[in-house]
Design a protein around this ligand. Sequence first.
Ligand SMILES: [Zn+2]
Length: 510
Amino acid sequence: MNSEHLKALIAFSSQKGFIWGPEPEIYGGVSGFYTYGPLGKLLKNRIESIIRERFVRAEFYEVECPIVMPRPVWEASGHLAGFSDPVLSCAKCSANVRADEFIGEKFPELKESLRAENILKVVEEKGLKCPVCGSDFKKEVLQHNLMMKTTIGISGESFLRPETATTTYLPFPRYADFFRNKLPFGVFQIGKAFRNEISPRQYLLRLREFTQAEGQLFIHPDEKKSYYRFDVIADAILPMVHAGAQVGDRFNIEEMSLKDALTKGYMKSKAYAWTLHFAYELFLAMGIPKERIRLRQHRSDEKAFYADDAWDVEVNLNCFGWTEMCGVHDRTDYDLSQHEKFSKKKLEVSLEMGKVKPHVLEIAFGTDRPVFAILDLFYSKKAEDEGKSMLCLPLDICPVQVGVFPLFRKEGMPEQANMIADDLRDEFIVKYDETQSIGKRYLRAAEEGVPFCITVDYETMKDKTVTLRERDSELQVRVKAEELRSLLHRLFNNTVVFSELKGAVKQDSA
Ligand SMILES: [Zn+2]
């Protein structure tokens, strides 16, 4: 872990209005709860709109299900019995630690192979003591359930959902009607989920309240092997680390086509390969650079019991190294069978050849992690002597798209700049700034990730031309104010490159 980078990133994100917390800050803060400040929320909205657009384009329909659900739902889903972390409690001061993380931090080599049943053995062998007071732990490992409990009405025991997926499955008979008993069909949900983590310490990577985006493809079990959408992506090359290639902590990435991966048996079905490819493309679309992404298959010892196959999209973060961002799971008919059993309602579709219970292929991730990944990967502190930070965000996800500045607060420049800003606001998110020197304003805009800035100066008042400046190259060009809109359009659509604009030159901003 690069804690220097993380510290700088947290300070930067909070100072610039991206992420605030842990909240409630004025009451001292509780870990695992954060506020998205104005720029953070704009960034998260951009990421979520890319997710929405991708799912919709792939014919997934969005639904919004309740966050609170009564006890039987979580008995059926398995969360009540099995969704827990092992806890060690101090015999003297009663401090609690999450056993697997506590041991993993002290002995990273044990982390992968640690099983619940040998936690006490490890504690004894290594002589582990309470981190608070140094006393012995109690001779038992408690299971701490991660669901947050609440009450419906006076006594209805219920829980805040720990994932959106379960709530997505519940209206299944309605889907069967809506989709006219045809398979496959896709449904997705973007919404809040809650996990009562014991002591989350990884900033946006481990939250007690977070946003999930989960897509579910309901498919006929027989169609998985012949899925019609596979042919289009058969030759796509993906960076894969299959289960058999994970020896010790050395994971070799194989660049391989999905067709070859299927032939080699890395994946079992064409439909699964399609969902994995969808997830990969989605992370590219969110602006994560290709060389930072790999797809890693779960080994049999880490796979959830219901999953027939599971791969993670992992991103190589500056702060934390390779980090899980998204899980793609073949959940078979596990969920529908469970809810059928507990609700006593048939969860099937009626096809011509009879009734069938579909399988579910799931693409599951949170939207907070990609936001963190974007900040982690694109934040840089360039010239250390000046303390100059930059946020070189890809154009598609910039929270603020254009900055408009009057060179001075006089001779009609603010009025002219405001007119330009207002005009551009029809199509872009625009920031108007007249405080401090023009050089400082350019720096501030670069820190906020604003890709293009416009300056109104003396010449503007004479000939209606302005300076347009690009963040990353620091190139400037003189253009007519009336042409700004169409030029910005072309820049954002990548149909024109700034450095190829006529008259683009590098100028000292100070
Ligand atoms: Zn203690």
